[in-house]
Write a protein that binds this ligand. Structure first.
Ligand SMILES: Nc1ncnc2c1ncn2[C@@H]1O[C@H](COP(=O)(O)OP(=O)(O)OP(=O)(O)O)[C@@H](O)[C@H]1O
Ligand SMILES: O=C(O)[C@H](O)[C@@H](O)[C@H](O)[C@H](O)CO
Length: 161
């Protein structure tokens, strides 16, 4: 890998492992990690907690704030976990970042991820919203794509290869 700093967006549906893998990737790269969930407006968290999926409009301010965050960390590098489900969202996230924005797609099936979500506690996102995440997902063609079947450590190794 080149020594030029990158902003990695770790993307995928809810429960695909973005926070787990993103945090580990940042640790290995020795750069800051940001969880996109922490940047949602309160109204978005309330909406999802109540079992309603977000729409394009709900995600607009949030995506812009993550793009700003990425630009602020462009020079030193960072890892940002963000669902980034649609191509148009990825376009907003990477705006003005040129080639320093890299997308990592954690790919898994509905079945694999719903199994994981059924075992996860203490998260605002209801497992019942998983189908809507898959319905919205436009799989990226130009991302570093890694199967969620590997362990977080193996996934990080594959990303850095
Ligand atoms: N590669 C993996 N192998 C096994 N379990 C994993 C793996 N990655 C994540 N997990 C587990 O799956 C669950 C979901 O992971 P995590 O919370 O990181 O996903 P997420 O994409 O950040 O979710 P959300 O978008 O809902 O915040 C957690 O319980 C986590 O410990
Ligand atoms: O775009 C979206 O619908 C949201 O970002 C969700 O994906 C959640 O924030 C996240 O996955 C929490 O579980």
């Amino acid at each position: 890998m080149s020594s030029k700093k990158s902003v990695f967006f770790v993307m995928g549906v809810s429960g695909s492992g973005k926070s787990t893998v993103g945090r580990l990737l940042a640790k290995v790269l020795n750069c800051p990690f940001f969880d996109g969930d922490d940047y949602h407006p309160e109204a978005n968290i309330k909406k999802m907690s109540a079992g309603n999926p977000l729409n394009d409009d709900d995600r607009k301010t949030w995506l812009n704030s993550l793009n700003l965050l990425a630009k602020q960390h462009q020079k030193k590098g960072a890892v940002i976990a963000c669902s980034a489900l649609k191509q148009s969202y990825r376009h907003v996230l990477s705006r003005s970042l040129n080639d320093s924005a890299k997308f990592v797609y954690l790919k898994g099936s509905y079945k694999e991820i719903s199994n994981r979500l059924s075992q996860r506690n203490g998260h605002f996102m209801p497992a019942a919203l998983l189908q809507s995440q898959f319905d919205t997902l436009e799989e990226p063609e130009d991302a570093i794509t890694v199967s969620i079947r590997y362990s977080p450590k193996e996934i990080v190794q594959k990303i850095l290869k």
